[in-house]
Design a protein around this ligand. Structure first.
Ligand SMILES: *[C@@H]1O[C@H](CO)[C@@H](O)[C@H](O)[C@H]1NC(C)=O
Ligand SMILES: *[C@@H]1O[C@H](CO)[C@@H](O)[C@H](O)[C@H]1NC(C)=O
Ligand SMILES: [Zn+2]
Length: 517
């Protein structure tokens, strides 16, 4: 017997087929691509009206590509920039934010780009923990785990204790080859992305002993939390630069910085006691004053939890946190003193956090901050010997809707109305906590978004279709942008875990394939 599903499918097929047959009523073009009331472009780029403009810009690009000489030298230095949650829609909207659709973020000027497939071993849409294992350790793993293979399920204390399950990062491969390594982040230094450089845990939340012991009980004997692994671990204890937020996992509650450790340890003092050259800083001023040639290892913790959003730092006259660009600059200054070169990981971690909150304006600003940090790194290093790769761990449910006139405020209304007669915003999310702000649960109608009192605020929430406490990640591919030795390897569509192998190839580190074989 044919099922109901079959008949419904057949029915749909007939409708689609019918629409394509000449002489039948055409698909409603007007509905799909409406003639909006003419609203002039707000900004005109001189020449865009002519063919000549587009032809000559295209010629210029082709000539640049023809003149480009592939660099097949061994990379002395390798830098990986990670825009956490920085999907392609975020990049497109960020161009409007920094001044216009025709502009590019610094790393969009890089000569080679590719697409990275981000799924994990157990989930179609991954998180920042398993993706960190992927783009740093070269192995896909399970959601929520860091620096361990997929034999370890999230929260499996016994499997975490089994060292045969541990996988190591490009940071270790570089250090084993005599290079230095460092990390920079705007989140806690023990948060998911930076932890991939040095930690092995079955759960990203085990940042200090209190959470680890609560989860593993008796099994926690012999296991180390992420902060301990940063200061004393096989990889963490050798890192030359560690900059970011997250003091709370280094201290106990009695300490004046009020930590969350319950074992009475002060990991910052332990770090300082390890070696006379070890330097700890906790303010922007102290960081900027660090003399790179006189510093051994550098630990900077600038906030209790994640560092503040750049827009919050700007608004706070007492701000004493450095920017991502400043941290990147100091990290390179310190690492440059190493004769054999270095690996540096830099994370713009608050793109993701603001997207989870549906705070699109902040997400685009944090993306612009990452762009500045990359620009600084490219200026400070020689593209002949330093490979820079910029990518993201995963996307978000963030979307850029039509059809605003060119030059419009990207945060504004789309200059069209919904079927309910109300305007809608160009930027929105498929889910998130802002649902209730934009939906009147009594009248079951959408709220006119332009009537909200928060419109224009830097922390304004953008609309979401499904009510969720925290907006989710998105599953489409993310971009990879490369410049320097072997950058041409990064073209095409590939699995995310290939990235560190290609960087290792370029730098001749690790025990996989290398350019020096
Ligand atoms: C450790 O894990 C591996 C699989 O990754 C397994 O073969 C081995 O038996 C485990 N060892 C212990 C002591 O559980
Ligand atoms: C850093 O220290 C070196 C060595 O002591 C010194 O020569 C240099 O002038 C210092 N740089 C700055 C900017 O103070
Ligand atoms: Zn996230």
């Amino acid at each position: 017997m044919l099922s109901l599903k079959f008949w419904i499918r057949l029915g749909l097929l007939t409708v689609v087929w019918g629409a394509a047959v000449p002489g039948r009523a055409p698909v409603d073009e007007e509905r799909m691509h409406p003639h909006l009331p003419t609203s002039p472009r707000l900004r005109t780029i001189s020449g865009e009206e002519t063919q000549e403009f587009w032809h000559s810009a295209s010629k210029k690009l082709i000539r640049e590509k023809l003149e480009f000489v592939r660099n097949t030298k061994k990379a002395k230095n390798i830098i990986l920039f990670l825009g956490d949650g920085m999907g392609l829609a975020t990049l497109a909207a960020a161009r409007s934010y920094i001044g216009g659709e025709e502009l590019k973020l610094s790393f969009e000027e890089f000569p080679f780009t590719g697409l990275s497939k981000t799924y994990s071993v157990d989930k179609i849409v991954p998180d920042s923990a398993c993706t960190s294992t992927s783009y740093l350790c070269g192995v896909k793993a399970n959601y929520g785990t860091i620096g361990v293979n997929a034999h370890v399920k999230r929260g499996d204390c016994a499997a975490m204790a089994n060292e045969t399950n541990h996988v190591f990062s490009l940071g270790k491969w570089a250090m084993d080859a005599g290079k230095a390594a460092g990390l920079v982040t705007t989140t806690r230094v023990t948060h998911a992305s930076p932890s991939g450089v040095y930690a092995h845990v079955a759960d990203r939340e085990w940042e200090n002993n209190a959470v680890l012991e609560e989860a593993c009980g008796e099994l926690s004997d012999g296991l180390q939390d992420i902060a301990v692994q940063l200061i004393h671990g096989e990889v963490g204890s050798k890192l030359k630069v560690m900059l970011g937020g997250g003091k709370r996992s280094f201290y106990s509650p009695e300490h004046y910085d009020k930590g969350r450790r319950t074992d009475g340890r002060n990991l910052v003092e332990e770090f300082e006691a390890l070696d006379a050259g070890n330097t700890f800083v906790k303010t922007q001023k102290k960081l900027l004053n660090v003399n790179a040639t006189e510093t051994g290892r550098l630990l900077g913790l600038f906030s209790k939890s994640h560092m503040h959003y750049h827009l919050e730092q700007l608004a706070d006259p007492d701000n004493n946190e450095p920017t991502l660009e400043e941290m990147t600059q100091k990290a390179i200054e310190v690492l440059e003193t190493e004769e054999q070169g270095y690996f540096l990981f830099v994370e713009g971690g608050k793109i993701d956090i603001s997207h989870h909150e549906t705070m699109a304006r902040i997400a685009l600003d944090e993306t612009a901050e990452l762009s500045k940090a990359v620009k600084k790194a490219r200026e400070m290093t020689n593209p002949e010997e330093t490979l820079i790769v910029v990518t993201s761990d995963h996307s978000h449910t963030f979307s850029v809707s039509g059809y605003q006139p060119r030059g419009s405020d990207i945060f504004g209304a789309a200059k069209a109305n919904g079927k309910d007669g109300k305007p809608y915003l160009a930027l929105s999310y498929a889910n998130g906590k802002s649902f209730q702000d934009y939906y009147n649960t009594e009248t079951h109608e959408r709220v006119d978004p332009t009537s909200l009192p928060t419109i224009g605020d830097f922390d304004q929430l953008f609309p979401a279709m499904v009510p969720l406490e925290s907006e989710t990640h998105g599953g489409e591919d993310v971009g990879v942008f490369a410049s320097g030795p072997w950058a041409h390897l990064f073209t095409g569509v590939y699995e995310q875990n290939t990235i560190p192998h290609m960087m290792a190839f370029a730098a001749c580190v690790g025990d996989g394939l290398t350019a020096c074989d």
